[in-house]
Design a protein around this ligand. Structure first.
Ligand code: MG
Ligand code: MG
Length: 255
């Protein structure tokens, strides 16, 4: 990604809201389909069909050669899991689904982690802490604050609950490109960090692990897993900085 942080015009923001609402609609639709016995390729096909009907293109398909429309990451998988007929959901699993679209030249990006059946209380806590850390990060998206304020809010909430943030993968600016400047780490980095300005749109995406920050990539070249094989959760929203409160473009409760 380049270093310049783009500020979106009101016309661009309107399109980005529409793009992100297609993503939100897809995730809401999928939430009802995620059940014991379903395989992740079926979910991928549903996502692609939904977004093409909405006249959007799935953003991840073909991105650096990624084979799916949806990233589906099961249990110890953190991000970038590949949809497969062989991955069949079982009671007690958690599935992270990350989806992006390109609509009228602009990108939307959002993710949720969904429990399947009854999950153990520690994993339930992981999901709520990860989702809360996203909300707390978004609260810091006030003009004049820095990206590091977002990072720190996420890290503090995660670590004070005994969990670990992933450091090798980060959130990002989004707009005409899926990944734009700036990087949005889920932990405080040393050195200066960009100031937030009205018109910036950032994809905030805490990836949170039960047992360690450390992750590695499987031989398929995509799937990121925790090194201790304990569970990981991922929630993401694309969010606009304004003169006032931040606006969650990918909110699933707008309509
Ligand atoms: Mg994403
Ligand atoms: Mg993203």
């Amino acid at each position: 990604m380049g270093n310049t942080i783009s500020l979106k015009s009101s016309e661009e923001i309107k399109i980005m809201f529409e793009a992100n609402q297609i993503v939100a609609g897809t995730l809401k639709m999928l939430q009802d389909k995620i059940k014991v016995g379903v395989n992740t390729l079926q979910l991928d096909e549903l996502a692609e069909e939904y977004c093409r009907k909405a006249k959007a293109k799935p953003a991840f398909k073909g991105y650096r050669g990624f084979p799916g429309s949806l990233c589906v990451s099961l249990n110890e998988q953190v991000v970038h899991g590949i949809p497969s007929k062989k991955t069949v959901l079982k009671d007690g699993d958690i599935l992270s689904i990350d989806f992006g679209v390109n609509y009228k030249g602009y990108f939307g990006d959002s993710a949720i982690t969904v429990p399947i059946g009854i999950i153990n209380p520690k994993i339930e806590k992981l999901l709520s802490v990860t989702s809360e850390s996203l909300d707390l990060g978004i609260e810091q998206m006030i003009a004049g604050n820095r990206v590091s304020d977002v990072s720190l809010a996420i890290q503090n909430h995660v670590e004070s609950n005994g969990f670990f943030v992933v450091k090798q993968f980060v959130g990002h600016g989004i707009g005409k490109q899926l990944h734009e400047a700036p990087e949005v780490p889920n932990y405080k980095r040393s050195g200066s960090s960009p100031r937030l300005m009205p018109g910036m749109v950032l994809a905030i995406e805490p990836m949170v692990n039960v047992g360690t920050s450390d992750v590695r990539v499987l031989k398929d070249g995509w799937t990121v897993i925790t090194v201790d094989k304990k569970a990981s959760a991922h929630f993401e929203h694309s969010v606009l900085v304004t003169e006032d409160e931040p606006i969650v473009l990918s909110s699933r409760t707008v309509n």
